[in-house]
Design a protein around this ligand. Structure first.
Ligand code: CO8
Length: 290
């Protein structure tokens, strides 16, 4: 098996056609749903989520983005990572793929939640500068991923938040923790109970995102911020991240099995399955409406 580090080194060597931006190159990716771009002059990489139609996180997509991030993390040429979506203006990520949690055997649910843990540890545990260019709606798991980044730039007039209760499910404690870090306990409690999706401008006011700009400026603004962060000396940057995040990471690490059991127990409840089925129907109906 190729180690993640060797995988990226090989990718750098065989990286192909240049993109429209100067020295930026597309790196080979193990998945069609995640594109990796790398600027070897600045050392900045971009992960572009391209899992049509809405970048929902299936088990496979979780594993793919986790693997790509791992490769970037372990490559010393990479000085920072920007996350963004190929579906510019529409959706950053619709969160977890609800179909992965609907009418699935226990074993699949366990594997899915294990992949969620790996994804959390990889992104929230990254020691490099990571900036989210949120160029579309970002509910639930999309919001959580943004909150794992060091800085969030969002397009105007889109929504972000942990809306799980609206689906009849419960955001896990490590999502609540991510939100609490950004907006405090009281606001998080209100937001989680109501399943609030905040409009970008309001998200900025309460500190859920750091900057809101017109859509066409999202990536350049995020890149500017990433450039600044990438100039802060490593390992000081990475050690500081570990210092600030270590306790949260350790908390989940110490209860991985129990957390998987909690998830499965909740998701398998008939009333929860019913609520998710209803929510899925509503999503389809929305499309069917004139
Ligand atoms: N999962 C699966 N399918 C989805 C999802 C999703 N999260 N979101 C959208 N889809 C599907 C739609 O059903 C539709 O399918 P089809 O083409 O077959 O009709 C297709 O994707 C396109 O969707 P839309 O037409 O709605 O696309 P739009 O661009 O109009 O809207 C939105 C994009 C705003 C993102 C919209 O799709 C939306 O609101 N989606 C739902 C978002 C959501 O509520 N996500 C919550 C997921 S749960 C989660 O992330 C954390 C769960 C933690 C679990 C803890 C349990 C203990």
């Amino acid at each position: 098996m190729i180690s993640p580090l060797r995988h990226l080194s090989r990718s750098l060597l065989i990286s192909n056609k240049p993109t429209c931006i100067g020295l930026q190159r597309k790196l080979s990716s193990s998945s069609d749903q995640v594109q990796v771009e790398f600027d070897d002059k600045t050392g900045l990489a971009t992960l572009v989520f391209a899992n049509a139609p809405v970048n929902s996180f299936s088990r496979k997509f979780l594993a793919d983005v986790t693997n790509e991030m791992k490769s970037l993390e372990t490559n010393s040429d990479v000085r920072g990572v920007m996350l963004t979506s190929q579906f510019d203006g529409r959706v950053f990520s619709a969160g977890f793929d609800i179909l992965e949690m609907f009418q699935k055997p226990t074993e699949d649910l366990q594997k899915f939640w294990g992949a969620v843990h790996d994804w959390y540890f990889q992104f929230f545990g990254s020691t490099k500068p990571v900036v989210a260019a949120i160029n579309g709606h970002s509910p639930a798991g999309g919001c959580a991923l943004s909150l794992m980044c060091d800085f969030r730039v969002m397009a105007e007039d889109r929504v972000i938040g942990l809306n799980e209760t609206q689906l009849g499910i419960v955001a896990p404690f490590f999502f609540a923790d991510l939100m609490e870090r950004a907006i405090g306990v009281r606001r998080t409690e209100h937001a989680l109970l109501a399943g609030t999706l905040f409009k970008s401008q309001q998200a900025r006011q309460i500190g859920l995102v750091d900057q809101v700009v017109p859509l066409e400026e999202v990536k350049t603004t995020a890149l500017k911020q990433l450039t600044l962060l990438s100039k802060i000396p490593q390992p000081a940057y990475g050690i500081t991240k570990q210092l600030m995040r270590g306790a949260s990471l350790k908390k989940l690490d110490q209860c991985r099995e129990a957390d998987i059991a909690t998830f499965v127990n909740l998701i398998e409840k008939p009333i929860v399955q019913k609520a998710m089925g209803y929510y899925l129907q509503q999503l389809k109906k929305k499309k069917a409406a004139p």
